[in-house]
Design a protein around this ligand. Structure first.
Ligand code: AMP
Ligand code: MG
Length: 426
């Protein structure tokens, strides 16, 4: 019996967690702020100034002393004299005295002495025909509270205070805050460098027309796209023939320059499958068989501290294996706290498969049904691990636990959402 047959089959959870156990958050790197959206801050960001830097107007209006309006009412209107006008970026040079107002635009610094702004729409102008605002009388018929329409200095953050903590996932608002706090670059957790190599003597590049017996290498490209989607930095290292020495040399080279190495093909126990031999000679193999479908034969090893995984060669199985086993580890390495895809519970529209003793990841499409207020999930017709079309159409994997029997049609099943990032609340 080959070693393959005798090796222990572990559960998909155990396999995912074993890999996660070896995944480490990577070190910081300095990145231009416009490349930081969606990534994780490695260090706290403190502001170098107060934000807002000064008290300023929240409205286009008239800055004044609230105490001047204490008794204002329609029966007892208060009249103030406009002594200046300022837009955002300009400063009123004097100090406002009782009985005076300054015409002020949104964002302009509140004049010294003023403590409230009354909106333009809420005052009446006497002498509106005057060309300049200076000299105009304004009439107020309502009391203005101190602080009305004033945005305070330090309202968002005070100088030296931490505004964005290490571990924050930056959104567009976060990028704005980086700019406001004087950063052009930012320290983020580095993205994992992931090498991707395809093994198989049958493989040719996509630009070639395959001769009899050959097929095009699709896994390098699908896996590269999946690595990018997970936030990693993919490096396609190309096709290696089913030759033990060549695979060995390629893996050693890849390990030296990457945080993770993905090898597609050659992971099972066939005559020309060298994945296990190579990985066990170069490092320590932690598992090579998983109780899941597709992707029973997938090998995980650590070589010189690097995660090296032999994924299934069948194209859909390789992508399901990546999603289940490696995406969580790649997210963890980038510092994300949320590393599980959101789950939707949905009614299964049809049985197109036979449950068996393995965990089944069914490529399927989940939709919300407005009529019933429930989600419904339709499995793709073709569940062969060789076919990528079903994976392209799918927006989820229906997860069927090991050992289920009988029909599950109309039952509520668990859908692992491939179309929603980890951490999104649904
Ligand atoms: P293996 O895991 O090497 O036994 O391959 C399983 C199946 O996947 C075979 O039909 C292979 O031809 C196919 N396969 C392996 N590698 C690739 C690849 N890079 N692109 C497309 N199909 C592949
Ligand atoms: Mg092969």
């Amino acid at each position: 019996m080959s070693h393959y047959e005798s090796s222990k089959k572990i559960s998909a959870e155990e396999a995912t967690n074993t890999i996660l156990g070896f995944a480490k958050a990577l070190e910081p790197e300095r990145v231009p702020m416009l490349q930081a959206r969606g990534r994780v801050l490695a260090k706290d960001i403190a502001s170098d100034i107060d934000i807002a830097p000064f008290d300023n107007s929240a409205m286009d209006g008239y800055a004044l002393l609230a105490s001047d309006t204490a008794n204002a009412s329609p029966e007892h209107p208060v009249s103030l004299r406009v002594v200046g006008a300022i837009g955002a970026g300009s400063v009123f040079s004097g100090t406002l005295q009782g009985g005076q107002a300054v015409r002020i635009m949104t964002g302009a610094m509140l004049p010294a002495g003023a403590d409230a702004v009354v909106m333009i729409e809420h005052v009446e102008l006497v002498d509106a025909s005057l060309q300049k605002p200076e000299g105009v009388q304004i009439i107020l018929t309502k009391r203005a509270e101190s602080g009305l329409n004033v945005r305070l200095k330090g309202e968002e953050v005070c100088c030296g205070e931490v505004l964005l903590g290490a571990g924050t996932v930056l959104t567009a608002a976060g990028i704005g805050l980086l700019a406001a706090t004087g950063n052009t670059h930012v320290e983020l957790i580095r993205r994992p460098r992931v090498a991707i190599l395809s093994t198989g003597s049958e493989l040719v590049d996509p630009g070639e027309l395959p001769e009899p017996g050959k097929i095009r290498n699709s896994n390098c490209f699908s896996l590269s796209a999946a690595v990018s989607a997970a936030g990693g930095e993919p490096h396609i290292l190309g096709i290696i023939k089913d030759d033990k020495d060549e695979i060995c040399a390629a893996v050693q080279k890849a390990v030296a320059a990457h945080d993770m190495v993905l090898i597609s093909g050659g992971a099972a126990g066939g005559d020309y499958d060298y994945g296990y031999q190579v990985l066990s000679e170069l490092g320590t193999v932690h598992f090579r068989k998983i109780n899941m479908r597709p992707g029973k034969a997938q090998t995980f090893s650590i070589i010189d501290d690097t995660i090296v995984v032999g994924l299934a060669g069948n194209p859909a199985a390789a992508l399901v294996g990546f999603e289940v086993l490696l995406r969580p580890a790649l997210r963890f390495m980038q510092g994300y706290k949320k590393i599980k895809r959101p789950i939707t519970k949905a009614r299964l529209a049809a049985d197109t498969f036979k449950p068996d003793s393995r965990r089944f990841y069914i490529r399927a499409r989940v939709e919300y049904d407005k009529e019933t207020g429930e989600h419904v999930v339709a499995p793709e017709q073709h569940q062969s691990s060789a076919l990528l079309g079903a994976m392209q159409n799918a927006n989820c994997l229906v997860v069927l636990q090991e050992g289920l029997t009988g029909s599950l049609k109309n039952e509520l099943v668990t859908c692992l959402r491939l179309d929603i990032d980890e951490g999104v609340v649904i």
